[in-house]
Design a binder for this molecule. Structure first.
Ligand SMILES: Cc1cc2nc3c(=O)[nH]c(=O)nc-3n(C[C@H](O)[C@H](O)[C@H](O)COP(=O)(O)OP(=O)(O)OC[C@H]3O[C@@H](n4cnc5c(N)ncnc54)[C@H](O)[C@@H]3O)c2cc1C
Length: 468
């Protein structure tokens, strides 16, 4: 290589492709580009064309805020965020070519997009563009295998094996300054129309959440100071602020699991805030473990949102009942805890985990409606709609997933409410008909759309038919 070409290679820029990692701290792909002292092109592509699952409505709303926040923090460091819309692989390859970049960096993903990434890497290699990929989204990349090399389909051995690999690496700090390539055309975020205008169904979501990396860090800090202590006992209570509500932040990578893991460990041993017990931190970290488990399942079953993991369920006698599905979606089933959950989801884009289990069980078991229809509704309405956690959890509830809940476990919505919302505080917040005077529920509240005992019997029969 001549002195001159070596010089130009040294100053050639690096394209950093952001995906589900919308942060500047603990972002190995960005950190490595900055470390190389080359100018950076920071890119995000909205891709509804590649056959990958397009984001649902609530997630698109979240994405807008997250990208706005990322653009701002890149700008503060001297870089601009280039926004493009279309086929991501084509856009990355074209930009890399036009700007003669020496390398493209991205953090790895684990859904069907991973195969697209491999194909793109080959395409770039043919043009002598280096591709460097990094681990950023999972503490333990798949596969985590058992002793005899088998994939682990049960959570407890999975998490035990993953943890035995040792403590996750420490998080990287955010670069202070980013040298950037300027003058690259970018779309205008508002033109993407990710946020609703008329009607604006996101008002309460706006009041509930602070999208972006700073919001994620604030939430993490508050959770560790205030709520980690008692997490193990209170995490099942939807009427209390007992969980971290970090899920949309983790979904969009505004905070990394490495940051959460280390911060939780520190909080568990530090003398600040309310002192959590070791069991609180352990339980909380095991929920991150469930997230890891779901991603391992996604990698193993890329069509997890469409196909039963347990193929016996392919012949399950699901009912087609548009009216019942509609009542469930609107929170008008006549079961207060179910309706409160579905209305919390609609209004805030989020639902407490215990209630997610109750409403999902209700759809699948009381109404015998295909879990995929519930999964799709969640996909469209959750701000944390996650390609791994959502379908894996639905399959778990339906009984067709890995390590699934047994089919004969049919939640009784009344008992669930008594146990986990003992003063009806949660129900009252989201079901305004609950007026507390005389009978708890006012007249306009619908009658139950199914009788619990009859529905339970019907479900047990339907599920038992699979075993014969
Ligand atoms: C039917 C159903 C659908 C679900 N869909 C999603 C989804 O689309 N996106 C999503 O992030 N979670 C989903 N979950 C899992 C869980 O309900 C949420 O992650 C949790 O309620 C988020 O609240 P939190 O951040 O306060 O959780 P915390 O209790 O504070 O847990 C911390 C983090 O661990 C992860 N986590 C917690 N519980 C689970 C779990 N059971 N499975 C996988 N990861 C978990 C999340 O990233 C969460 O933010 C679903 C659960 C059910 C039963």
């Amino acid at each position: 290589m001549s002195e001159k070409s070596r010089e130009s290679a040294a100053s050639a820029s690096i394209l950093v492709w952001f995906r589900d990692d919308l942060r500047v701290a603990d972002h190995p792909a960005l950190a490595e580009a900055v470390r190389s002292k080359r100018p950076v092109i920071a890119l995000y592509v909205l891709d509804d064309t590649s056959g990958l699952r397009p984001l649902g409505g609530a997630a698109r709303w979240w994405l807008a805020g997250s990208l706005r926040a990322l653009a701002k923090s890149l700008k503060e460091r001297g870089a601009s965020l280039v926004l493009r819309r279309g086929n991501a692989a084509d856009i990355v390859a074209k930009l890399a070519d036009e700007h003669k970049v020496s390398a493209v960096h991205w953090n790895r993903r684990y859904d069907a997009g991973a195969a697209h990434d491999d194909a793109l890497a080959e395409r770039l290699a043919q043009k002598n563009i280096a591709v460097r990929t990094f681990q950023a989204t999972l503490l333990h990349e798949p596969p985590v295998l058992g002793k005899s090399g088998q994939p682990l389909s049960v959570f407890t051995p999975f998490w035990r094996t993953a943890q035995a690999k040792g403590a996750p690496r420490t998080p990287l700090s955010a670069p202070r300054k980013i040298e950037s390539v300027s003058g690259i055309a970018s779309d205008n975020l508002d033109d993407w129309e990710l946020e609703p205008t008329a009607p604006d169904w996101a008002t309460e979501m706006d009041e509930t959440w602070t999208r972006g990396e700073i919001g994620a860090q604030q939430r993490l800090g508050e959770f560790l100071d205030e709520e980690l202590s008692g997490y193990a006992t209170q995490r099942d209570r939807p009427d209390l602020p007992g969980t971290s509500r970090l899920s949309p932040h983790l979904r969009f990578g505004e905070v990394s699991p490495f940051q959460v893991w280390h911060a939780a460990q520190l909080a568990a041993h530090a003398d600040r805030g309310k002192r959590p017990r070791a069991s609180d931190a352990e339980k909380f970290l095991s929920e991150l473990g469930w997230r890891e488990f779901c991603y391992h399942l996604l990698q193993r079953y890329p069509d997890i949102a469409a196909r039963n993991i347990d193929r016996r369920f392919d012949r399950f006698p699901w009912r087609k009942d548009v009216k019942a599905l509609d009542a469930w979606q609107k929170g008008e089933t006549g079961y207060p805890i179910v309706d409160a959950g579905m209305r919390q989801l609609w209004r805030t884009g989020w639902m407490h985990n215990r209630v997610r289990m109750v409403v999902a069980s209700f759809l699948v078991k009381h109404l015998l409606i295909d879990w995929r229809l519930g999964e799709q509704w969640f996909w469209d309405t959750l701000v944390d709609a996650d390609p791994a956690n959502n379908p894996a959890s639905w399959q778990w509830v339906a009984g067709c997933g890995a390590d699934a809940a047994p089919y004969f476990r049919v939640f009784n919505p009344m008992l669930q409410a008594e146990k986990f919302d003992p003063r009806d505080d949660y129900v009252r917040t989201f079901v305004p008909e609950a007026n507390g005077a005389g009978g708890l529920f006012g007249k306009s509240y619908p009658e139950p759309i199914v009788d619990h005992r009859a529905a339970r019997e019907r479900a047990l029969q339907a599920f038992a038919s699979l075993r014969s």
